[in-house]
Design a protein around this ligand. Structure first.
Ligand SMILES: C[S@@+](CC[C@H](N)C(=O)[O-])C[C@H]1O[C@@H](n2cnc3c(N)ncnc32)[C@H](O)[C@@H]1O
Length: 278
């Protein structure tokens, strides 16, 4: 279906109020850019079935046009630049390739074109998880990736020498994108849509979970139950202030922090069972 794009010109001081009004009106998203004379131009997208635009007192409606639906990520993919991830990877988010790739001696190429599922690997929380992944014993490990998105963490684990990996996500788009990425990178990754409950009595040497603390907390007990006695989990996606909540809960489950990394407002941890500390 096409979208309706309404363009408004507003004074910078009115931006927050106008954006709030647009969300109240049911916009699907708003972009902001500079306009002449120090003003701002706001583009607000609505379903094409949307009725007449409501008057927003602080904004002048400049244009209203129908836009054909298209693969908006295609534009991103065509402009995306390769980047280094952790110590050992170079990610190409373009498609089919971002043109000549930079020389990256010793780095393995991961092709992760931007799709519907979360993550080409450029988010801090993904980078922290990969950096911790590069520090743990992984050779031959059975790995579980909880909330795999594009499959980035499971694919990185396989590339680093994991024996096998299973990955899943609540988001039904994810397994399609992750399966495509596994093929693209010549790796084998069983995938499913669902929750940890589907895994029955399986067990793993390493669990990867890049989820925000509120999503991770209810799953932490189950994650620890799925680990081998000497297994470990890499937990990322945690905003710094949520870290103590996760560490405390891990402690109550008999797990301790073996390593941690922080970047900006994000934190990531390696946890392992207290009794099997090396
Ligand atoms: C922050 S993204 C991480 C994606 C990818 N693993 C990465 O590191 O870039 C979190 C993903 O977890 C999924 N998710 C959230 N809660 C979940 C749960 N309880 N079980 C499975 N997947 C979950 C979301 O749909 C989302 O795709």
């Amino acid at each position: 279906l096409p979208f309706l794009c309404r363009t408004y010109v507003v004074a910078p001081a009115a931006e927050d109020d106008v954006v709030t009004d647009l969300w109240i009106q049911g916009t699907l998203g708003v972009s902001v850019e500079a306009a002449p004379a120090g003003q701002l131009r706001l583009r607000a997208y609505f379903p094409s079935t949307d009725g007449k635009a409501m008057v927003i007192p602080a904004a002048v409606l400049e244009t209203e046009e129908l836009l054909e639906d298209r693969d908006w990520l295609e534009l991103f993919r065509s402009m995306a630049e390769p980047f280094e991830l952790g110590e050992q990877f170079l990610v190409d988010p373009g498609e089919p390739h971002s043109g000549p790739l930079p020389a990256a001696p010793g780095r393995r190429l991961l092709q992760l074109p931007a799709r519907a599922a979360f993550g080409t690997g450029s988010h801090e929380s993904t980078a922290l998880a990969v950096e911790l992944l590069e520090t743990v014993a992984i050779s031959g490990a059975r790995v579980l990736d909880v909330g795999t998105g594009t499959g980035v963490l499971a694919l990185a684990a396989l590339a680093l020498g994991a024996g096998s990996a299973v990955a899943f996500d609540l988001d039904p788009a994810s397994p399609f994108d992750a399966r495509d990425n596994a093929r693209r990178n010549g790796l084998s990754l069983p995938l499913f849509t669902g929750t940890l409950a589907a895994l029955g009595s399986s067990s793993f040497d390493l669990v990867l979970a890049n989820l925000i603390a509120e999503q991770l907390l209810p799953e932490l007990k189950r994650i620890t139950e799925l680990l081998q006695p000497a297994g470990a989990a890499i937990l990322s996606g945690i905003l710094s202030e949520g870290g103590s909540m996760i560490v405390d809960q891990a402690g109550r489950l008999g797990f301790e922090v073996r390593a941690e990394r922080r970047r900006g407002e994000w934190a990531a941890f390696v946890i392992g069972p207290r009794d099997s500390s090396p």
